[in-house]
Design a protein around this ligand. Structure first.
Ligand SMILES: [Zn+2]
Length: 145
């Protein structure tokens, strides 16, 4: 059976502030730069969700993009769009970095993909920042490798 990947693009806007309570004011400024400014700021995030699966011989499709869109809207976009990420329970004890955001989105979606399997989460935060998570380290760890 031939597998193929399908990537859907979504957008949401959210606020955050990168800050570690355990670090000094100077260290927070040094590590997080502009993203540490006290009152937070927003990003227009672009989210890529990639699903991989066998190409169905009848439909020629590897997933159901309408079902995927419904899922991502319900589980991810409604949760984060026009919200302050620092107040989201998924970030309790974690900074709201792009790395942690792709990890959280992966965790929210991985067991719920309607057809096919989640292959990759990509996230554009700014013109120059792109984050990616594919769960491979996790899968390898659970396989005892
Ligand atoms: Zn930021």
């Amino acid at each position: 059976m031939n597998d193929a990947s399908v990537t859907r693009r979504y957008r949401f806007s959210a606020a955050h502030r990168l800050h570690c309570d355990g670090l000094s004011t100077e260290d927070n400024r040094r590590i997080f730069g502009k993203c540490n400014k006290p009152n937070g700021h927003g990003h227009n995030y672009v989210l890529y969700v990639t699903v991989r699966g066998p190409i169905d011989s009848a439909t020629g499709q590897a997933t159901d993009t309408e079902a995927l869109d419904r899922l991502v809207h319900e589980i991810v976009l409604q949760r984060f769009d026009h919200r302050d990420l620092n107040h989201d329970a998924g970030f309790a004890g974690r900074t709201t970095t792009g790395e942690n955001l792709v990890l959280l989105v992966w965790d929210l979606l991985v067991s719920r993909i309607p057809i096919g399997r989640l292959e990759k989460i990509g996230l554009i935060e700014t013109r120059d920042n792109y984050f990616e998570y594919d769960g491979l380290a996790l899968a390898a760890g659970s396989a005892g490798a």
